[in-house]
Ligand binder design. Sequence first.
Ligand code: HEC
Ligand code: HEC
Length: 332
Amino acid sequence: MFVGAIILGCQKENTEEVLDPYVLRRPDYFPEITYPISGNQISKSGFELGKKLFNDPILSLDNSIACSNCHVKAVAFTDPQHNPSVGIFEREGSRNSPMIANMAFQPEFLWDGGITHLDFVPIFAIENEKEMAETAESVVRKLNASPIYPTLFKKTFPSLDTITAPYMLKALSQYMLLLVSDQSKYDQFLRGEANLSSEETAGLTLFKAKCASCHSGALFTNYAFLDNGLDVTHKDIGRALISARAEDTGKFKVPSLRNILLTAPYMHDGRFKTINEAIDHYRFHVKDTPNLDTRLKTNGKPGISLTDEEVENLVSFLKTLTDYKFISNPIF
Ligand code: HEC
Ligand code: HEC
């Protein structure tokens, strides 16, 4: 509430023209849009339909779980409660729920990159028996029988006579595509609208030297699949699941670090509860695994050296990536 009040206060003073919130915009320092937007033009009604579907448990087998159960807006659409994310019938999934923000710019989805088109990700959740345990056919049947959805689909996609799975997926994508997080203090700094404190600046310098080779660019990821030394033996083999190559065992997508102070727990299986535990992994616990990325070795030894004071500065910098306007945006 407090945050929202501040934002309202700012908007009053701000004389900038109000931009149409239903248009996908790429800040000029972001990577290119990867989503083929020409095949799914975003509209206000499509966005609102996608948002309604995202928050509706009708997409799950027993109408108990919505996308928003595991992707909670207040924490940048991650899952703060469960470790790992718990789905239908309290079945525990093996993986931690990633942030849904800036999906329009991401080339591959899931921790192992198993899906390359945003439209197909919800099918994975709906049909995953540890998540929503439904089938696309059954969801489509429920939507067609509902008193509200046929009208909403017709409004967004006028040529549709019955609701079909591809259009349900297009609507979900319209919603997720507009979830762009580009209003953090760091963004204001990049646009020359704010200064960083001396701690934050020191943290940024350390980040560039020690982390940005993988967590690179405006979204803080190079989107590569890498082994950051968490385990020697693997319950979840990661990228090798989809590539069937031994050298991909234990490799996971480098995650974006935007909103990182909101998105605990950390790593693909949510093993670290705090940012300090995640950073201490890099300082003290990197294992010399067969596929360990060489950037995580210093003079042949695994790990990144950081003093306690450096960690404090690094955390100060990471805090500038929190986008309070994103999580309090009333249209999301
Ligand atoms: C039970 C919890 C749960 C539910 C319900 C759920 N998700 Fe997820 N979501 C996850 C997990 C866990 C992953 C990561 C899975 C993986 O990497 O294999 C994920 C991944 C994603 C991703 C990919 C993000 C990225 O950066 O790669 C998107 C997009 C997404 N979910 C959207 C949705 C939508 C839309 C729905 C509703 C149809 C939904 N999710 C329902 C837990 C859930
Ligand atoms: C060699 C590439 C590489 C370097 C260098 C690197 N990381 Fe990572 N980072 C990864 C990968 C890969 C993951 C995901 C690993 C997994 O979940 O299995 C990750 C995950 C994380 C996460 C968890 C994010 C989440 O959403 O769960 C944090 C936090 C993090 N890194 C911070 C840092 C910091 C801070 C540094 C610098 C001190 C750093 N990383 C250096 C590759 C790297």
